[in-house]
Design a protein. Sequence first.
Length: 718
Amino acid sequence: MSQDRAAVRERAEAVLRRLAGEHARLREDQWRAIEALVVDRRRVLCVQRTGWGKSAVYFVATALLREPPAAAGPTVIVSPLLALMRNQVEAAARAGIRARTINSANLDEWDEITAEIHAGTVDVLLISPERLNNPDFRDTVLPRLAATTGLLVVDEAHCVSDWGHDFRPDYRRLRTFLGNLPERTPVLATTATANARVTADVAEQLGTELAAPAAERPDVLVLRGTLDRESLRLGVLDLPSPAHRLGWLADHLDRLPGSGIIYTLTVAAAGETAEFLRSRGYPVASYTGQTEDADRRAAEQDLLDNKIKALVATSALGMGFDKPDLGFVAHLGAPPSPIAYYQQVGRAGRAVEHAEVLLLPGVEDAAIWRYFASLAFPPEEQVRAVLAALHTDRPLSTQALEPIVDLRRARLELMLKVLDVDGAVRRVRGGWLATGEPWVYDEARLRRVAQARTAEQQAMREYATTPGCRMRYLRECLDDVGAGDCGRCDRCAGPLFTAEVSGPAQGAAQAYLGRPGVEIAPKKLWPTGLDAVGVPLKGRIPPAEQALPGRAVGRLSDLGWGGRLRELVGPDAADRPVPDDVAGAVVEVLKAWAHGDDPWPRRPVGVVAVGSRRRPALVGSLAERIATVGRLPLLGQVVPAGSAGPDGPRGNSAQRVRALHDAFAVPDELAGALAGLDGPVLLVDDLVDTGWTLTMVTRLLRRAGAPDVLPLALAVAG
């Protein structure tokens, strides 16, 4: 199609003004991308900093491609988060573009939206990458959609690459989508966070036509701009403890400009930080992957409207939030890579002259990184076990697979998605089928990716201690060839903030974090599929075999007690008697449990220990201390039985119950003591991970005559 490029640019500028205001003008690379998409019908990869205007490129290109008389089909935007979709729908409306979204939150609108697409009244359809392999969508909507797509946009395209910090296997299904597009359909991929390796990987995948030899695959125009952010002033504060970090925020949050985001590494830390700051008079809200969608939307809107000072968030907010006047981003704990860090701090300073970016790293960061790294792709024997269990003609659900392979559900689902992309399995209604196609475990690539992750973690440590410019360091980590000293960060211009924390703020933080006590919720349902592995349990756990709600000193991920508890029950911790400070915390938990807002229904009348192969000294001494302080009889311990120890690796619920079934026994002496009780027993253990050890031991105690069981542990995992 021959077009007057000057006329196309003039129309493009007009659309941009409708989108961004009368004074808006296209950047040169924005025009190059639009020209390549609209005039040349090429594939384009834009690696540009946050706030550069990547969304303007695809909205302007959409408006031009949809113009009559040769109006193209709708633009399909593959976007990772619902929040990002909501922002994009609103932005499209400003340019006169009708955008709709198909996602898990609007199932009742799917038929209506599909009809609108077929009628040609939808300009932009936003979908999540996960939607590409939903069986109904993939089989009924996707084929016709691919055949009529006028422009395909892959937002946050670094997720395509498993070399990237935020790999999502569902993005790899885009290769199939690309292969089904009509010839010369333009494709745009955008990201703000990709180093040279990720850029090359994404560009290669964008150029892939599955049936075409390499010489005939479409070339990809890569537009990579400077990653400097002139409005951001970067700084690092080295504070010795979580209490110092919370105290510093309590002292200085009101000095940070406008409203902003405080990132934490864990859900527990987000909740603790938000609660503490509220106790100090700050209007803040928390935002995590466990927050209900309605509460997320309310928190986002409150931040957009500057009704709160800060949103305390996990990486669930990393992509998908657009507030141009965000005044600051602070991190309590360092993300595991400079690239992830750059993406998150890029939320700030998009439409303000100055924004503050502060990192407050902690010694516990490395332990949290190790935990998330442990969720990587499973070893080959576990993958082969799943492939061997699947049929080619009868689907198995994820729940049905859990008793067969010892993987937690999130990790099992990730593995199945990768196998689906690789062609070894296929998702259908009712679960997963084996395809029968040969599959090779790419151990060498997985090892290289793991090594890259380790290098990124080391780079993040070096960012915190670098004597040079911090922005330059981040830009070099993203292979920005134009990286130079920024002149603004605490290394270039001197620190704006000191590490000083006032006595009252630090004392309040220490008191808050030093409060022990979290609830242990009892299990009420058995995992599905246990009959497949010879365990005769299913449905609801009978109330007469359930535990009452229990208590623990804290979570391993807590800002307060987490570090101390990891020293006792972490994977490398040596067995030893319970230390005095931890025993004292247990006593405080018991006092609060007895006299607090939600007290135990009846005072316990005895103490029982869970027999531990791994930490007998810790659990035994803890039970003895509790019995002594509470003036309760130490009734004995439930002992490990057989060769299958209950202290093995924690897997999914079905596997854990299988391993624990018949793994304990109640000695006759203990059974005799239980039979004569008229009140609950305290059941003492060291660590609650899946919760099934306490559940299974409780079942034994209740069946042996215990009227009720109150679980008490040192720590809860997570």
